[in-house]
Design a protein. Sequence first.
Length: 264
Amino acid sequence: MNRYDIHTTILSNENVAEDHYLLRCECPEIATHAQPGQFIHVLISNDSGLLLRRPFTVYSVDKYEITMLYQIIGEGTLRLSGMGNGSPLHVLGPLGNTFDIKKSAGPAILVGGGAGIASLMLLAAALRNESIETHALVGAQHRRRLLSIEDLKSIGVSVHIATDDGSVGHHGFVTDILSNMLSLSPNKPTIYACGPHGMLAAVSKITCQHDVPTQVAMENRMGCALGVCLGCVCPVRIDENQIEYQRVCTEGPVFNATEIAWEI
Ligand SMILES: Cc1cc2nc3c(=O)[nH]c(=O)nc-3n(C[C@H](O)[C@H](O)[C@H](O)COP(=O)(O)OP(=O)(O)OC[C@H]3O[C@@H](n4cnc5c(N)ncnc54)[C@H](O)[C@@H]3O)c2cc1C
């Protein structure tokens, strides 16, 4: 798979929810080639404190443009949130493997926790293009941090909301909704999830109990994104007795949930 290092500028950088921004830039080669689950590695500034690029999933593509939806976490994303239209950006991508779209008797269920829903949006569009019935379970701490609801609805995805404080939707975790849906679903769905590590471990436990195929996009801390520094490895079960460390940047970010040794 080819990857491109593009010098571009920000077209828009909009505050869409508390501490969350949607950034749009022109990256023709990435827009043409990016597949669901793949990410870009963004050089925010040449300042010595920000020399490491930051990874973000491609949220959407439109002709020559791509968007990324990001949460302010630390210095890099805080700096990014303050950058206006016309600011320069170096964008490397598309990187990593992709979600494997399965056609099964049941629907697709997307489970997104916080900014994790950003990694599922391009997938949602691809599933709808294949006319696959798609449900998105979207979790947030509170209503001010809810993401992507209108974007998902606009492409025909049915949305189910959970908030930690009950300010909108189910009062509790998205995993409660998932358990419920799996208990009621007559046909075996396919699950695609992204979010905090604890949420992904919980999703994996539930879907394993119901024996439904589950793909997770891992968002480990990442350094080079090229498979060299080994900063982003996660433990993968090779067989009952053997664990191997695989790179989220090159072997991932998408893994089958049953492969990950969640307890480590
Ligand atoms: C494959 C992949 C896709 C991602 N997609 C998105 C996305 O679409 N939207 C979004 O909001 N976030 C996404 N993340 C997480 C995002 O990369 C981090 O939140 C961001 O790098 C934090 O940078 P910072 O400078 O603000 O934080 P700092 O804590 O100052 O970052 C310091 C270093 O740690 C790394 N880092 C810190 N937190 C994380 C984290 N949670 N995950 C990975 N690396 C981290 C940074 O890359 C940087 O190298 C993704 C992560 C990965 C690995």
